[in-house]
Design a protein around this ligand. Structure first.
Ligand SMILES: Cc1ncc(COP(=O)(O)O)c(C=O)c1O
Length: 391
């Protein structure tokens, strides 16, 4: 008999009932160090007092009206995002997938309105992940996600990661945009080198097409900058955001330049819950914290410490680990042992990590992780690796 919860997940035998900063408490009382943060969602850890206060204050005032009316917290959050990024305008969603939908629609509408309706194609990349909607799976293109769900949304081309020659050849007069994650998350923590991102920007400018960045996983401070593309010194035309921006409350956004968003006039897009008062109140609190001038340098400092210790861990366990990869606190351990074995050994050592493709485990801790917790993470990962070696 089918489970009452549709069985689309292989869940670990863990039931967390409480969260405290970087810690998750299991129903049986065990305390797990959380290096998954709900897959890069709990960017400020669990139950951050400022986020709890923002949410409860808004909950006591007003939960929902509709985008038929002005929503003060939505306006405030949009203003903050515009002030701190390349963007001129923001649409709020409830998830990364929903942000993907709008990013694709926005790019197509941009060219439709510009008198180039044939420009509908989006160039995306092997190993990418953009969500589970029809546009999201078509964008990622992998058989794992698309098999059985055809006919797929047309208009997506897929290129190999780092295949520069194919990229140049793939752009034609039907191309609307390039869609890429600055650091692939699900794909195994694969960073796009800064010079490649700069090259993509230049190529888009040369060909007159749009650059869409998916910063759903790597954005909102995770790499030590507010958004990962800032390291390369270039900006996109459209950017997908979600996960960290809500700190655990479902919230996403599409950020865009005025030119890219020009086709999105009244009536062209909408969302019942997108930009609701609760999500935006939390989003404002998240933005206030991550844009504090001391916050991101501290993320980078801790990321350096973590990386240094992880290099030592890899060197100490060459049968289990192969290399450290990633940027900031979006780190991956490329494994020699099967990555699921490492994740499971981590559970036994009371540490939560997240598997990814390419036999990688992801370390996406709360950005508020302390130095002591970094040391403790290494102790627990070391215990997990030793358990695999002696198994
Ligand atoms: C890069 C990226 N894009 C899009 C998504 C989809 O986001 P959501 O699960 O919030 O719909 C994810 C989720 O993991 C992601 O990592």
């Amino acid at each position: 008999m089918i489970a009452s919860v549709l069985p689309t997940y292989n869940r670990a035998p863990l039931t967390f009932v409480k969260g405290e900063s970087s810690w998750l408490i299991e129903a049986d009382g065990r305390r797990f160090l959380d290096l998954g943060a709900g897959i890069a969602v709990n960017a400020l850890g669990h139950a951050h007092p400022k986020l709890v206060a923002a949410l409860t204050e808004q909950a006591g005032a007003l939960w929902h009206t509709s985008n038929l009316y002005h929503i003060p917290k939505q306006q405030e959050l949009a203003d903050k995002l515009v002030a701190h990024t390349f963007a001129d305008t923001v649409f709020f969603t409830n998830s990364g997938t929903e942000s993907c939908e709008l990013a694709v629609k926005m790019a197509r509408k941009h060219f439709f309105d510009a008198g180039q309706p044939e420009r509908t194609d989006i160039i995306a990349f092997e190993g990418s992940f953009h969500g589970r909607s029809s546009a999201g799976i078509a964008a990622a293109g992998s058989e794992k996600m698309t098999k059985g769900f055809g006919p797929l949304l047309p208009g997506f081309k897929h290129l190999g990661w780092g295949d520069h020659d194919a990229l140049d050849a793939a752009i034609d007069d039907k191309t609307a945009a390039i869609l890429i994650e600055p650091i692939q998350g699900e794909g195994g923590i694969r960073p796009l080198p800064d010079q490649c991102l700069r090259g993509l920007r230049a190529l888009c400018d040369e060909k007159g097409i749009l650059l869409i960045l998916d910063e759903v996983q790597c954005g909102v401070g995770r790499t030590g900058r507010l958004f990962a593309h800032e390291w390369a010194g270039v900006t996109p035309d459209i950017m997908m955001v979600a996960k960290g921006i809500g700190g655990g409350f479902p919230l996403g956004a599409v950020l865009a330049t005025e030119a890219a968003a020009s086709g999105m006039t009244a009536g062209t897009h909408g969302s019942t819950y997108g930009g609701n008062p609760l999500g935006c109140a939390v989003g404002c609190a998240v933005m206030d914290i991550v844009t504090d001038p001391d916050f991101l340098p501290e993320v980078s400092r801790k990321a350096g410490l973590m990386r240094q210790k992880l290099e030592g861990l890899v060197a100490a366990h060459p049968q289990v680990f192969e290399a450290v990869r990633g940027a900031g606190l979006m780190l991956g351990l490329k494994c020699k042992a099967p990555n699921l074995d490492v994740v499971n050994a981590g559970y036994a050592a009371l540490i939560v990590t997240v598997p990814a493709a390419d036999n990688v485990i992801r370390l996406l801790p709360p950005l508020t992780l302390t130095d002591d917790e970094i040391t403790e993470s290494i102790t627990r990962l070391d215990r997990a690796a030793s358990a695999i070696e002696t198994a």
